[in-house]
Design a protein around this ligand. Structure first.
Ligand code: SAH
Length: 242
């Protein structure tokens, strides 16, 4: 404890949700949890339901045009945004959004404040997203039941980049996507496990050769698994030289 006592958080996230009790959830544990307790980052939850006007506190209604499910109302969401968005990116998590990547995560870590709107039901009325210029972000090509787990994952990715949260800065620098590649494979003790050894080169103590081997491995796995990343990497000459 007390490695670093912040007077002011370097990153403040505001969450608009109908389930504020889901936060900080897993981010109250481990490295992110310690950083939260130390005040490196701060979390505010805003209960969308507090902005509902009727006696049932409803935040959703049936979709115009028909169909299954309910849609979050623009008047309720709009009031919640007006009351809590104090500048910085306003992100709406949705499968219709632009895919989140490490580059966007790095940029979000440099923003002092980020506001995240967590959808539920079929999602949010498009007009309120348009009116507030919300940035639509997706975690991947799959459908969650709500924006909260997506927000937790996105916040985790940001928080670990904040200064002092992850011990060795070097362990961040060599990770997947930092070179535009997936990461090389890892091995640790025991040196032999269930008849399987580890690649000889890693035992050589020859740092340059290890580095070159890891780079080749990273290139190989990226070429095989992620043709999309691979073609970008090959096209980017500046990266191949380092
Ligand atoms: N009807 C929507 C899915 C609604 S899922 C559709 O087909 O696109 C309910 C909520 O979960 C969404 O409003 C969104 O906030 C969240 N969500 C679901 N999948 C997500 C994903 N892949 N990325 C980010 N948020 C997601």
């Amino acid at each position: 404890m007390g490695r670093r006592m912040e007077t002011r958080p370097v990153w403040t996230v505001t969450l608009l949700t109908i389930f504020p009790e889901m936060f900080p959830g897993p981010l109250g544990q481990s490295l992110a949890g310690r950083a939260l307790a130390e005040g490196v980052w701060a979390l505010e939850t805003v209960d969308i339901r507090a902005f509902a006007r009727d006696k049932h506190r409803s935040v959703d209604d049936a979709p115009f045009g028909g169909g299954a499910g309910m849609v979050m109302r623009p008047d309720v969401i709009g009031q919640a945004i007006l009351a809590s968005h104090k500048g910085g990116p306003l992100i709406y998590l949705t499968p219709r959004g632009r895919l989140l990547d490490q580059e966007r995560v790095r940029a979000l870590a440099r923003e002092p404040r980020v506001t995240i709107l967590c959808g539920r039901f079929e999602g949010v009325d498009q007009r309120v997203l348009d009116a507030h210029g919300a940035e639509e972000v997706s975690l991947g090509d799959f459908v969650l039941s709500g924006g909260e787990p997506a927000a937790l994952a996105m916040m985790d990715a940001v928080v670990r980049l904040l200064p002092g949260v992850v011990g060795k800065e070097a362990s961040l620098a060599e990770e997947s996507f930092e070179w535009g590649l997936l990461e090389y494979p890892h091995y640790t003790r025991p040196q032999e496990w269930q008849g399987r050894g580890v690649p000889e080169i890693l035992l050589s103590g020859h740092h340059e050769k290890v580095r070159a081997w890891r780079r080749r491995q990273a290139e190989e796995v990226t070429r095989q698994r992620r043709p999309d990343l691979w073609s970008r990497y090959v096209a980017d000459d500046s990266r191949k030289e380092d």
